[in-house]
Design a protein around this ligand. Structure first.
Ligand code: ZN
Length: 129
């Protein structure tokens, strides 16, 4: 299949190469199409990937470089990635989660339509007789 149909606008797109199935050709066409919705989706995905990279930097393994402890479990990171996606897609304007014993994570859509990723931790130490 060298032609696919864009799922956003229905336009038939010439792929210049061959995909094995029509379904794959349609996905490739939707990714290549220049219509508004296809371009919008590509921009959204770029924004989501960038936000997820920031999440990895300040909560994942890279956090140690910033002097923070990485979140060891995969689940909270997956949740943060999902929040970033829903924020980019406009379902959520902001969300804060408390990671037990570690930190607070906040993801916000700014007024400039940017996804802000924040980490905060407060250290307190108390001794009592
Ligand atoms: Zn299209």
């Amino acid at each position: 299949m060298t032609f696919g149909t864009c799922r956003y606008c229905g336009q038939v797109v010439n792929l210049d190469y061959e995909e094995e199935t029509q379904a794959e050709a349609d996905i490739a066409a939707s990714e290549k199409c220049e219509c508004y919705d296809a371009r919008h989706e590509r921009n959204l995905r770029k924004q989501i990937t960038a936000a997820q990279n920031r999440i990895r930097k300040i909560f994942g393994d890279d956090a140690a470089k910033l002097g923070f402890s990485p979140i060891a479990a995969e689940e909270p990171l997956q949740l943060l990635n999902a929040i970033a996606e829903q924020t980019a897609r406009g379902f959520i304007t902001s969300a804060t989660i408390n990671v037990r014993g570690l930190c607070k994570a906040k993801i916000t859509m700014t007024t400039k339509e940017k996804i802000k990723v924040e980490r905060s931790e407060t250290k307190t130490y108390q001794l009592e007789e």
